[in-house]
Design a protein around this ligand. Structure first.
Ligand code: BES
Ligand code: MN
Ligand code: ZN
Length: 494
């Protein structure tokens, strides 16, 4: 996909489908965006007469000479935001594709409070590139569909002096969208194809492409080295677990981030087997790992001035003759022992080892991402990531990053009164409570035991990593959540 930036008047461009934005509830034609459109009276009348109300993501195709124009609703002027711009772009390019056109021409909107040219261009490019994503690797695409793809996008700025600014935004968006697409591919990929070994090879490939350091520790060595949490989960699977560390280390880094990702390539529950309904969805239990891979890739390509260490535990959780049993006690890398009362609470076991391992990098900040609890889906649904941390500043930074990227986070308490429910009679900890209360929080309290001394935040992405329905720039399936959030966090760190 090629995105070009040029200057001029949108209505004057002779090639491609011209996309116009219309605000809701604005009768006056000058409220059509961008501003310059208002001067083209014929165009204004065409859109005004089309019946378009301007509601967010409403579309109408209109003929203009031998060209098509597409008017897309932006919603009310009052709530205009970069998120609306991302949605606007996603909606536009998708409907252009559906119509069988190949070239989309979008205006870099200029509206008070929306942000500078670079930010708007970035939002447009992100929305367009993410919206066009499809997971087509494994199906025979019918010919009439195959021929339908948008292969050029032109962003138009009014002033030639803005071209360079817009380009900067587009370049960032391209890096980020590429990282999100990689994560989506890994997550959408079924568990027979995306195994722990495949994740390790993906990390190695990224290391080669972006000059990163990659260390993979396979199952046999993990056993010897005392990674008891990962080994306990992995021992039931025929696919050997892989502990992956991917490091981006720029010269003169200003801070070090450690990112821990849950990489359960399939979660059957183990001997505490899950019900079969929707079990197939548990291929997405490695969404945290995918986000970590994508974030390290994007951070390196954007040349962020921070060391970023990705730490991933990749394994399956399977029932078998060698699987861990309910009641087993394992010894984690930290030395703490855990009574495994439910083998389906496996994410916290593998993350315990990741978090402990993170300490050796003396990070300024540690964030873990995990599809950790069904309780988080119940509590927050698919609109918010569960955030748990004791650090007010980190909480504020993540909330702000969530608002800006629309990968919104919602904080749950990590009060110490929730801790005792995770104590065992015969080991240091148990991996589930016996009441089932506050499942998302108690899981985080378990993790906290392994994050002592770290400036740490836990993100439960169980509800947000998978989309059950199409959204303007998030097609049904893998969302690739976390990458835009973490990159934003790092971009604003200091
Ligand atoms: N991967 C699941 C959590 C999950 C559930 C993610 C639904 C996405 C959708 C996790 O490993 C799990 O099974 N958690 C258990 C914990 C319980 C046994 C304490 C759960 O949430 O049921
Ligand atoms: Mn589980
Ligand atoms: Zn799981």
């Amino acid at each position: 996909m090629r995105i070009t930036v040029r200057s001029g008047q949108l209505g004057q461009i002779r090639d491609g489908v011209l996309v116009f934005a219309a605000l809701e509830g604005e009768q006056k034609p000058e409220r059509l965006l961008p501003d310059s459109t208002a001067r083209d009276k014929a165009l204004v009348k065409l859109i005004a007469d089309s019946g378009l109300r301007g509601a967010a993501n409403e579309t109408v195709f209109l003929p203009k000479g031998n060209q098509w124009i597409l008017a897309v609703g932006l919603g009310k002027a009052k709530g205009l935001s970069l998120e609306r711009v991302r949605q606007f772009a996603g909606t536009a390019v998708k409907s252009i594709r559906t119509r069988g056109h190949r070239h989309a021409v979008l205006p870099v909107l200029r509206e008070r409070g929306l942000g500078d040219t670079a930010a708007v261009a970035r939002a447009l490019a992100e929305g367009a590139l993410l919206g066009l994503y499809r997971y087509d690797k494994l199906r025979t695409v019918p010919k009439h569909e195959k021929n339908k793809h948008v292969d050029a996008i032109t962003l138009v700025v009014e002033r030639s002096g803005d071209v360079a600014h817009a380009r900067r935004g587009v370049e960032k968006a391209e890096v980020i969208a590429e990282a999100v697409r990689l994560a989506r591919d890994l997550i959408n990929g079924p568990a027979n194809l995306v195994t722990p070994t495949v994740l390790a090879n993906q990390a190695r490939q990224l290391a080669q492409q972006h000059r990163l350091k990659c260390t993979v520790t396979p199952f046999a060595r993990l056993k010897r080295l005392g990674f008891g949490g990962i080994v306990g989960v992995a021992q039931g699977s025929n696919h050997p677990a892989q502990f992956i560390v991917l490091e981006y280390r720029p010269a003169r880094a200003k801070a070090t981030f450690a990112l821990c990702g849950k990489g359960i390539t399939f979660d059957s529950g183990g001997l505490s087997l899950k019900p079969s309904a929707k079990m197939e969805q548990m291929k997405y239990d490695m969404s945290g790992a995918a986000a970590v891979l994508g974030t390290v890739k994007a951070a390196a390509e954007l040349k962020l001035p921070y060391t970023v260490i990705g730490i991933i535990a990749a394994t399956e959780n399977m029932p078998s003759g060698t699987a861990q049993r309910p009641g087993d006690v394992l010894k984690t890398l930290s030395g703490k022992t855990v009574e495994v009362l439910n083998t389906d609470a496996e994410g916290r076991l593998v993350l315990a080892d990741c978090l402990h391992y993170a300490k050796r990098f003396k990070p300024d900040c540690v964030v873990d991402l995990a599809t950790l609890t069904g309780a988080c889906v119940v509590a927050l649904g698919s609109e918010a990531v569960g955030l748990m941390t004791k650090d007010e500043k980190l909480a504020a930074r993540l909330s702000q990053a969530g608002k800006e990227t629309y990968e919104r986070v919602w904080r749950l308490p990590l009060w110490d009164e929730y801790g005792p429910a995770m104590k065992s009679d015969i080991a240091d900890l148990r991996n589930v409570t016996n009441t089932g209360e506050a499942g998302t929080i108690t899981a985080a309290k378990f993790l906290e035991e392994f994050a002592a001394g770290l400036n740490w935040a836990h993100l439960d992405i169980a509800g947000t990593a998978w989309a059950d329905k199409d959204r303007p720039y998030i097609p049904k399936g893998a969302v690739g959540i976390g990458i835009r959030l973490l990159i934003n966090l790092m971009e604003h760190w200091k």
